[in-house]
Design a binder for this molecule. Structure first.
Ligand code: BES
Ligand code: ZN
Ligand code: MN
Length: 498
């Protein structure tokens, strides 16, 4: 979809569908400065007074003589309740409506606000994000995808004729961000037979080839052996797919030695290993690399947006499979850090991978860490599919992550990480065990990883519940959500101002 923002009069517009927004508040319709159109909308509202309700849509077919065939009236709800996240949700609802009507070219009047609570730049950015995210479809394996359903062009019309340069920048940034979120969704939606560790590594190389300001390296099994990454390799040993350790580096501020590491869990399929999962819905475990996808996608956007900060991505990739050479419950392994780990469950594999990845990130100079992982079913039980779980060893760093999440409407909630919980992951025969049992599973998983941060400021984001959506809702469609790509990008952009 081609996206642009233009200073235009309504009479200059030519498109299949024109989107006009209105509030629930009486008399607060968008002023189009076109008496013909204003009258038409007023008449419609007189007959359909509930039209401004949040998410309400009405398609009006227009007689010839205007530049557009249809109007979609989009209810924004009460103006006082409008937020940037609601703008995203609403724009997604609108674009899917328009797509169903088979429009190819679409124009939307920039949602107008009478207060300065939301800057027009934020309105434009949120409209673009919502539109691109809501219009997302995963059609790679559909042989009969209907071309007629694709929207070719989306134009935002800025009737106020002001802020044009700023608005253009906002639209460009939003396009970069949403494209990356959709890229992460693609990576996650692909089946595990396609999206193997090697394929993830090839995708990282492709990104580095396109974005000249990113350096990539991919370690193979032998190189990981030499580095002593036995925890990561223990997970991989049951599979015939070769594990890969991807690193990407973006240096946007040569004058600084600060290096923020994004570490993403890349289990391309989690069968549970010898501690085999039940077969019901096991296919969902193709998405156990959503953390990896988020980090990769965020790096792509960061390379394009070029914030003045330094970032390192470390992405450990493997399958978790049962076989004659698989890791077994009861085994003891030695991680790259030197700490030994007793394996209670081979299904608690993510933390093994992350342990070595974090040790490696530190070796490469990471001064701050965020790890992102579909780590525990317990997180889904605790927070459902709405909110990601957060664990930290550094309140200030955590505040920055939570602030970035808040800014882009991705919900996160910090869980307690008191020392007392560490009792649950003490092993009789090794330094740690890889499962703390049923209670507080998200917290004990987090505290397991914390051991390997060795006091480097660290935030862990458990996206087990939020990386996937069971149904179409707002800017999410069924399948991968691309969470928390936008937070990772925003966090990098915010580092610039510090
Ligand atoms: N990948 C799973 C966690 C998961 C569950 C992600 C549901 C998305 C949806 C992880 O590797 C896992 O299996 N965790 C175990 C840990 C337990 C054995 C300590 C779990 O949550 O049951
Ligand atoms: Zn897993
Ligand atoms: Mn598992």
């Amino acid at each position: 979809m081609n996206i642009e923002i233009r200073n235009n009069l309504i009479t200059e517009i030519s498109c299949d569908t024109l989107i006009i927004s209105l509030y629930e508040d009486p008399n607060s319709i968008t002023k189009t400065n076109d008496s013909h159109l204003d009258t038409l909308v007023h008449e419609f509202l007189r007959d359909n007074p509930a039209s401004g309700k949040y998410g309400e849509t009405n398609m009006i077919t227009i007689l010839p003589s205007t530049g557009y065939k249809r109007i979609l009236l989009l209810g924004l709800g009460k103006e006082a309740d409008l937020t940037t996240d609601k703008i995203r949700q609403l724009s997604a609802i609108a674009i899917r409506n328009v797509r169903k009507a088979r429009s190819k070219t679409v124009a939307a009047i920039l949602y107008q606000t009478t207060t300065d609570k939301i800057h027009p730049m934020s309105v434009a950015k949120s409209m673009v994000e919502g539109t691109l995210l809501g219009n997302y479809q995963f059609l790679y394996y559909k042989t009969e995808a209907k071309d007629s359903k694709y929207i070719e062009k989306f134009t935002i019309i800025n009737l106020s004729l002001s802020h044009q340069t700023q608005l253009e920048q906002a639209v460009l940034n939003a396009t970069v961000i949403a494209d990356s979120v959709n890229y992460a969704r693609d990576l996650v939606n692909h089946p595990a037979c396609y999206m193997t560790p090697s394929k993830l590594a090839a995708s990282a190389v492709e990104i580095a080839n396109q974005e000249k300001n990113i350096e990539v390296s991919v370690l193979n099994t032998q190189e990981m052996q030499q580095l002593g990454m036995s925890a990561l390799l223990a997970v991989a040993q049951g599979s015939t797919e070769a594990p890969k350790l991807i690193t990407l580096k973006y240096i946007g501020d040569k004058s600084s030695t600060d290096l923020t590491a994004y570490v993403g869990k890349g289990i391309t399929f989690d069968s549970g290993g010898i501690s085999l999962k039940p077969s019901n819905n096991m296919g969902e475990m193709k998405g156990d690399m959503a953390g990896a996808a988020a980090v990769l996608a965020a790096m792509q956007a960061i390379a394009r947006l070029k914030p003045k900060t330094n970032l390192l991505a470390v992405i450990p990739c493997s399958e978790n499979m049962p076989s004659g050479c698989a890791l077994k419950p009861g085994d003891v392994i030695k991680s790259m850090s030197g700490y030994t780990i007793e394996i209670i469950s081979t299904d608690a594999e993510g933390r093994l991978l992350l342990a070595d990845a974090i040790t490696y990130a530190k070796k490469l100079g990471a001064t701050k860490i965020v790890d992102i992982a579909t780590l525990t079913g317990a997180c889904v039980v605790a927070l459902g599919t709405i909110t990601s779980g957060v664990i930290t060893n550094d309140t200030a760093w955590c505040q920055q992550v939570l602030a970035a999440a808040e800014q882009c409407g991705e919900k996160m909630w910090q869980l307690p990480a008191y020392d007392e919980y560490k009792e649950q992951i003490k092993s009789d025969i090794a330094d740690l065990k890889n499962s703390g049992g049923r209670f507080a599973g998200t917290i004990t998983a987090g505290l397991f990883i914390e051991k390997f941060t060795a006091n480097t400021p660290w935030v862990h984001i458990d996206i087990a519940g939020t990386s996937d959506s069971a149904s179409e809702k707002g800017y999410n469609v069924k399948g991968a959500t691309g969470a928390p790509v936008r937070t990772l990008i925003q966090l990098a952009m915010n580092q610039e101002d510090l």
